[in-house]
Design a protein around this ligand. Structure first.
Ligand code: FNR
Length: 182
């Protein structure tokens, strides 16, 4: 059983990425694993002056990530990059210098957008950041999702056409996490 933190790169109430993240946790491949959604919406704007006295919300995020076996990023693409709220959360938990919560945690990157390239550029920018943070990140398969009818069923589960692909993707991520366990 792996403990996975899910970080959704969107605060929108009806976020497609949040819906996809929730659907992933309901795939057969997810059964037996524990998924917890990180709260990044309550974090203050990152200010290096606060490194010695981090807000409770920052401490909570760091504790959640530190106690996990892996991190699943499910992110929107804003202006061909990662949303600021996601970068804010990543910066917070990377500090103070030398006390990053991310270091060594295996990561998965996936996302959905309304555009045809399905967050490809957002994911590529995120991979750059995760590499610097020393997070071993799933390279293949990649998953670029476009939001359209049928991606999810009305009950919030993954639609039939994508279930095999997304199940395989999740299995590959959980295998990476297992590889780095202990
Ligand atoms: C977008 N959107 C968008 N889509 C995309 O494919 N590439 C992009 O660069 C952008 N840029 C962008 C900037 C900003 C500020 C917004 C608000 C939106 C559209 C985006 O895919 C759409 O709003 C999704 O619904 C965002 O994901 P959530 O919030 O539904 O998870």
């Amino acid at each position: 059983m792996s403990k996975i933190v899910i970080v959704v790169g969107s605060l929108r109430a009806e976020s497609f990425n949040r819906q996809v993240a929730e659907a992933l946790t309901r795939l057969p491949a997810a059964q037996g694993h524990a998924f917890t959604f990180a709260d990044i919406g309550s974090l203050p704007l990152y200010d290096q002056d606060d490194d010695a006295d981090q807000a409770d919300s920052v401490k909570a995020l760091k504790a959640l990530v530190s106690g996990s076996d892996g991190v699943l990023f499910v992110t929107a693409e804003y202006n061909r990059s990662i949303p600021g709220v996601l970068k804010n959360a990543i910066d917070h938990a990377s500090r103070p210098y030398g006390q990053s919560a991310w270091a060594g945690k295996p990561a998965g990157v996936i996302g959905v957008s309304v555009g045809a390239i399905g967050t490809a550029l957002s994911q590529q920018h995120l991979r750059n950041v995760l590499a610097y943070l020393d997070m071993p990140t799933l390279t293949q398969p990649e998953a670029f999702l476009q939001w359209k009818d049928g991606l999810l069923n009305p009950d919030g589960t993954v639609g039939e056409a994508s279930a095999k692909f997304l199940g395989g993707w999740l299995e590959a991520f959980l295998k990476l996490v297992e590889t780095h366990a202990g």
